[in-house]
Ligand binder design. Structure first.
Ligand SMILES: C[S@@+](CC[C@H](N)C(=O)[O-])C[C@H]1O[C@@H](n2cnc3c(N)ncnc32)[C@H](O)[C@@H]1O
Length: 212
């Protein structure tokens, strides 16, 4: 019988969620699955594989809190950076993972790209930008913050959320920076924002207004 590598990869991904030691098997099969090639080192493939379970990987309480915080942005033109499979408000969704975008049903438009590069959007084209559980995965965050300011209208809103505690060890393998909340606040302010920082539940919430 001919084995379907994609099905085999998915079957083993489920086993991985149950704590079975199938990483080497997954690595081998990943070379035969176009969207998983180089898993888990390759960041696009890593996030593609996360996409299948992503909606259950963030607890309900932070999800509820963020949904509440973003209510004032409803009805505005929002860009959700690193949106994954879950946008809290209708948005233009931007993510490195095509699979994440495929599962996201709150996107008005879906754009695949890497946040390490300049954003493929015109100056002053959004009322608001959100980056939820994402900034810790971007090495070139100074460029990203300046790009967020560029694509926002004057007095546009930028909302970012990060966990105040360590993220789980599986996702931590893709974390490329770990700054204090004060450092984030300063960096965002340096990019031309007035910043309000709140610590709520397990989150740091940065609510920012473009001021330049
Ligand atoms: C922790 S998840 C957060 C997803 C979503 N914002 C949420 O709250 O559920 C991080 C997301 O950022 C995306 N991502 C990570 N690095 C990226 C990069 N360099 N460029 C674009 N997206 C990236 C991942 O694909 C993933 O969907």
């Amino acid at each position: 019988m001919k084995i379907n590598p994609e099905n085999e990869f998915l079957k083993n991904l489920i086993k991985l969620q149950y704590g079975l030691k199938v990483q080497n098997t997954l690595k081998k099969i990943s070379s035969k699955v176009i969207w998983a090639r180089g898993w888990p080192q390759n960041k696009k493939s890593f996030w593609n594989a996360e996409a299948f379970m992503w909606n259950h990987k963030i607890d309900a309480d932070p999800r509820k809190l963020i949904t509440q915080e973003l209510k004032p942005l409803h009805g505005k033109k929002n860009l959700d950076l690193g949106c994954g499979s879950y946008s809290y408000i209708p948005s233009t969704g931007f993510d490195i993972s095509k699979k994440m975008l495929d599962f996201n049903d709150n996107c008005l438009q879906k754009v695949t790209g890497d946040l390490e590069n300049k954003l493929p959007f015109a100056n002053k084209s959004f009322d608001s930008v959100t980056a939820l559980f994402v900034l810790n995965y971007v090495k070139n965050y100074p460029q990203l913050l300046s790009e967020i300011s560029r694509v926002l209208k004057f007095q546009g809103i930028f909302v970012a959320a990060l966990y105040s505690r360590n993220i789980n060890s599986w996702q931590r393998q893709k974390e490329v920076n770990k700054l204090s909340k004060e450092k984030w606040k300063n960096n965002i302010a340096e990019a031309g924002f007035s910043v309000k920082l709140n610590k709520k539940q397990v989150l740091w919430l940065f609510k920012c207004v473009k001021s330049t």
